[in-house]
Each structure stands twice: as structure tokens, then as C-alpha cells.
Design a protein around this ligand. Sequence first.
Ligand code: GTP
Ligand code: MG
Length: 445
Amino acid sequence: MEDTICAVATSLGVGAISIIRVSGNNALNIVSKIFKGPNLKKVKSHTINYGYIYDKDEVIDEVLLTVMLAPKTYTKEDIIEINSHGGINTTNKIMELLLNMGCRLAEPGEFTKRAFLNGRIDLTQAESVNDLINSSSDNQRKLALNNLQGTLTKKIRNLRKEIVSLIASIEVNIDYPEYDDIEVITKDILIPKLNNIKEQIKKIINDSKNSQIIKEGINVAIVGRPNVGKSSILNRLLDEDKAIVTNIAGTTRDIVEGSISLNGFKVNFIDTAGIRETTDVVEKIGVSKSKKIIKKADIVIVVLNGNEKLSLDDEKLIKSVPYKKRIIFVNKSDLKLKIMVKDDYIVGNSKNDDGLDTLKSSIITKLNLENITKDMTYISNVRQLDLLKKALKSLEDALNNLECMPVDMALIDIKNAWNYLGEITGEVYQDELLDTLFSNFCLGK
Ligand SMILES: Nc1nc2c(ncn2[C@@H]2O[C@H](COP(=O)(O)OP(=O)(O)OP(=O)(O)O)[C@@H](O)[C@H]2O)c(=O)[nH]1
Ligand SMILES: [Mg+2]
């Protein structure tokens, strides 16, 4: 934290502008050594200053410097951002000068790590910065931004506040049993309060299933017997000739994937090999992959050929997919329908796209995602989920102990729950955790 660090904050490559970020106590001194223009030590904070970067007497680039003085900066330290002309050569030259003048090359995520260590943001917010940078759908961006603005932090802090006041009451009772005027915290008071906190944590854990979908996207498998039109449907959904289509049964051998954006969600469609008994070695592997994908997918579209009667294989396949993730699409409706269509079947074809919009929207309704974006406080990664589960388990242990033991015997578990929640926001943390967490960031952030 004593070093002044620098890194290229924009992506490396050819572009109109590159931004080099410098942060630390010595930022003004170091940059002044290579900059000719207004005296950086006298300019106002949060101003843009025009001038030149020099290597001794040689002009290296014409630049704009943004000067931001501590503490109102991203890292809470003095920050200078050099807006140079883009291009690998100029950017590298300026970086070289900064390193020669005493800057250290920042590690990935080090600016954000400093923002955390200097108390500007907490850990969930730091993680959201990374999520925001890597977001690949509109909803993922919204989720990350909400958490960056502290929605999750607030929830966790409130839970911790409730818990700490219980801890305080129990400890006062233990430490000062002789005082009569202190309210005695009985099981009747404690148990409902603990239950209430437990339910709030449970709700956040349940909601997290949706956050997984927001982050990773929805995986939709397209399965069915050979030749029913799975690959044709994939191509129409993606609006691209991605998979090979022929009238030969067993055309698709390996999985073919592609994604689209639907209601702000990223939807990954996975076309699979037609499922049938086969002696062909390659096709066999494909069929076994298809079966595995059915298990892993969030939604499975079972495609039937509407122009043929329902076969035993079709029935077997339909039954192998759990109802809650199954959508049945009767394809080839442009030909004569020979299938008994049930209420929840979607009928259409890939020749003139009939039924494909209904098919798409049924993915959203099947997963109950219509209203998901209204309340976007979701936990966004496995680390947070794991800690919430541990906090929940501790509260359950405390409640179990209270069934047959005195109030103070629940104290350790209640304290554990408080600590686990503190780890989520980073109020309690280990250095090792920070190193791993921030190493996933990109340089310059
Ligand atoms: N009439 C009609 N033909 C279709 C339709 N969809 C697909 N086909 C035809 O059905 C044949 C098989 O289509 P594919 O998309 O390759 O079928 P598949 O299910 O991927 O087959 P496999 O990869 O072998 O499992 C091709 O000749 C397509 O042109 C449709 O909606 N209507
Ligand atoms: Mg196919």
C-alpha cells in the first residue's frame, strides 16, 4: 500500500485513446517528472490538464491528465489518469517511463483491492466491479450494478446488526447476573428473533438460484429422436446456419451451441445428437452426451415430429425429462399433423418460424423469470453462497441447542453466524482470500 502503482486501464491494443492509471502517495511527484504542462501540484482536484509526456528532452505524446486527489477517488489515494494516444507503442513507452520514475506495476485488481482496504467499498461491492466488467447480458449488468451500489451489503449489515444486539444482550446477562434492572433475555425472546433472522438468510439463499441464471445464462437443451428437426430449430432460434441440417437421420453427432439475448437474459441453446439405439461408435458417444446434457440443462426442449405418430421412443424421452424443466415442441406443423396435441405442447415449424416466439417466451415463463428483475438483490458467487449457508447452519445449531440448554450455550453458534456474514462483506477477512479474489480481475482495475 506504500507503493505508487500504475497500469494500463484500457484494453491493450490499437485504439484512439489509452488510459494509464497511477495511484498512490507519490503519484503527483512521479508524473510531474515526465509531464510538461500546468504544475500538477497546484492544479485543482478533479481537473483535466493538457500537456506533453517527455522522456528527458524528447516528446513522447500529447496527453490529457486527469488529476484526482485523495480521498474522493476510486482508491481513496491520489490518482492520475493519463489519456494518451492509443496504440501499443506509445502506451508501453509511457508505462516504461513511469516504472523508471518509481512506480510499481499494479497487480490485477490492485486498484479495487486498495479501494477495499481503504474502506471505500466492501468485498461484495469489489466482486460486483468484476461482475460488471465481465457481464454478458443486460440483467447481469443490472445485478452487478445493484450490488455495487451496496444493496446486498445493506441487507447483510442489517442482519449482522440484529445478531450483534442479541449477542450483546446475552453477554450482559452472563457478565452482570447480579443486576436486577437488566432485561433478562429468555428463550421466549431469543428463539423467535433467531428464527426471523434464519428465514431472512434462507430467502437470500433461495433467491440466489436466480442469480446463477442471471450470471451464467439459461442453458436450454434441444433433444429428440433423429430427424425431427432439432438442428433446424437451433438455426432458426439463432438466426444463423450454425448446425448442419440434412434429411439423413443421425446428422448431428456432437453438440452444437449458440446463444441469444432474451428478455435481458443470455440463453445458451445446445443442439444434441438425435437419441436412438445405434451401433455406430461416434453416434453412440453423441447419444450418451445428449443424455448427460438433459440432466445438466435448466430447460429441455423435447422436439417431436408432428408429421409422424408419437413413438415409444418419444414417450420414453418425454418421461425422462422432469416436468419443471420440460417444454414439448411439435415441429413440422407445415406438414399434416399426425400427433395428438396436448394443452401444454407448443406447435410450430422451422420452415416459416411458426411457434418459435412462443417457444422462446415459454423458456422465461417456465423458469418464473418474468418478474425477476424487479428485486435484484442477489448473491452473485459461490463464495458468498457458501458463507450464507454456513451462517444459516450456525443459526440452526444455535436453535437446536436452545431446545435443551440454557441461553448462553447458544452464544458460540450465534457468534459464528455473525462472523460468517462478516466475511461476505469483508468486515472479517483473511489476506489469502483477498489475494485469490483480486487475482481474477483484469489489470488496471
Ligand atoms: N417440412 C419440414 N421439414 C423440416 C422442419 N424442420 C426440419 N425439417 C427437415 O427435417 C430434416 C431433419 O432436420 P434436422 O434439423 O437435421 O433434424 P435433427 O433433429 O437435427 O436430426 P439429427 O441431427 O439427425 O438428430 C431436414 O430435411 C429438414 O429440412 C419443418 O419444420 N418442416
Ligand atoms: Mg441435428
